[in-house]
Design a protein around this ligand. Structure first.
Ligand code: 5GP
Length: 216
């Protein structure tokens, strides 16, 4: 997918006031603006599902990157299930859930995955679709793809609902992107701040009050 096809919500004029939509009362002071209302997310997920099905050449192993990716994964899988490809055929799906932790030290950068070596061996010869919530620097995804590549899948494609426009980016670009967002910390639609805000439907910019209220 060419970056010109991403929905660009990086400028101030894209932010909605909190008065325009319903926000749970327990978060009213904790977000400063609504960046992407839930309805727009759902409409965009339908389009991403359409693009994925159009490109699919066979069964897909859809891999949810936990925890932040779970809402996008659930809505995307629901949308893909309802669609047929150009030959009128539905796409067989199997689902995998991977908790990924990135780590850094002086000598190496890498990721640990919650699934075992044995489980990863099942990926050999399969078409993988990785479903992620957000690409920030790109470091986690680059390392994850390196690791998954060692299990010889037939193909690996990545979809991320969000990509952050940041000078810290390593240049990595997923195959399917929903929205490019400003270099701000966003929450909602399963994206968390110290485990809070996963129960907020819209994607919002966290406020200073929110950062302080839920700091650990
Ligand atoms: P990267 O390795 O691309 O720098 O970071 C990827 C991970 O950082 C994401 O999967 C996500 O867990 C976390 N992350 C980066 N930016 C944000 C953000 O704005 N909001 C939230 N909730 N998580 C973020």
């Amino acid at each position: 997918m060419d970056p010109s096809q991403w929905i660009d919500v990086t400028t101030e004029k894209n932010h909605y006031s909190l008065d325009h939509f319903v926000i749970p009362t327990h978060y009213e002071q904790d977000v400063s603006s609504i960046l992407i209302p839930h309805g727009v997310i759902m409409d965009r997920v339908n389009k991403l599902a359409r693009l994925i099905v159009d490109d699919a050449t066979g069964p897909l192993v859809v891999c949810c990157i936990l925890k932040g990716g779970h809402q996008y994964f659930a809505d995307l899988v629901n949308a893909v299930k309802k669609l047929t490809n150009k030959d009128g055929k539905t796409i067989p799906l199997s689902l995998e859930f991977i908790r990924v932790k990135s780590y850094k030290n002086d000598k190496s950068e890498g990721v640990t995955m919650s699934i075992t070596d044995e489980e990863c061996k099942e990926f050999e010869g399969k078409n993988l679709l990785i479903v992620e919530d957000i690409i920030d620097t790109g470091a986690t995804m680059v390392q994850l793809l390196k690791k998954l590549g060692t299990y010889s899948p037939k193909s690996v494609k990545v979809t991320s609902l969000l990509i952050k426009k940041t000078p810290r980016s390593n240049g990595y670009i997923p195959d399917y992107v929903g929205f490019s967002i400003p270099d701000e910390f966003v929450v909602g639609y399963a994206l968390d701040y110290n485990e809070y805000f996963r129960d907020l439907d819209h994607i919002c910019v966290i406020s200073e009050h929110g950062k302080q209220a839920y700091a650990v």
